[in-house]
Design a protein around this ligand. Structure first.
Ligand code: FE2
Length: 103
């Protein structure tokens, strides 16, 4: 098992899944931002900027995985995932409340 987890095939698979996750994340952000524009969300600029930073960091992590495939990207990924969870709880929830408010 340990040998399997350290194999190039598994690492390549993780990279592919990470790449897909980045694409889905980009699409989700675009959808969210379009909805914010349509509803005139007052914090759109800040939210968009937060998304851009997250995608930039995600692309940096992917490049790191591609440039140094033998190096573990676990800590970077954990940090990236942690940001996403915090963003959903703080920022996306605020937008959800805005959407359901009387405005
Ligand atoms: Fe968001």
């Amino acid at each position: 098992m340990k040998r399997l987890l350290g194999s190039g095939e598994v690492k390549s698979n993780v990279r592919d899944q990470y790449r897909r996750l980045l694409v889905q994340c980009t699409e989700h952000f675009e959808y969210e931002e379009k909805l914010m524009e349509q509803t005139h969300y007052p914090h759109l600029a800040r939210h968009k900027s937060d998304h851009r930073l997250h995608l930039k960091e995600g692309r940096r992590l992917l490049k790191q995985m591609e440039d140094a495939p033998r190096r573990s990207a676990r800590s970077g990924y954990e940090s990236w995932r942690g940001w996403f969870a915090a963003h959903v709880v703080a920022e996306d929830l605020a937008f959800g409340l805005f959407l359901h408010s009387d405005r």
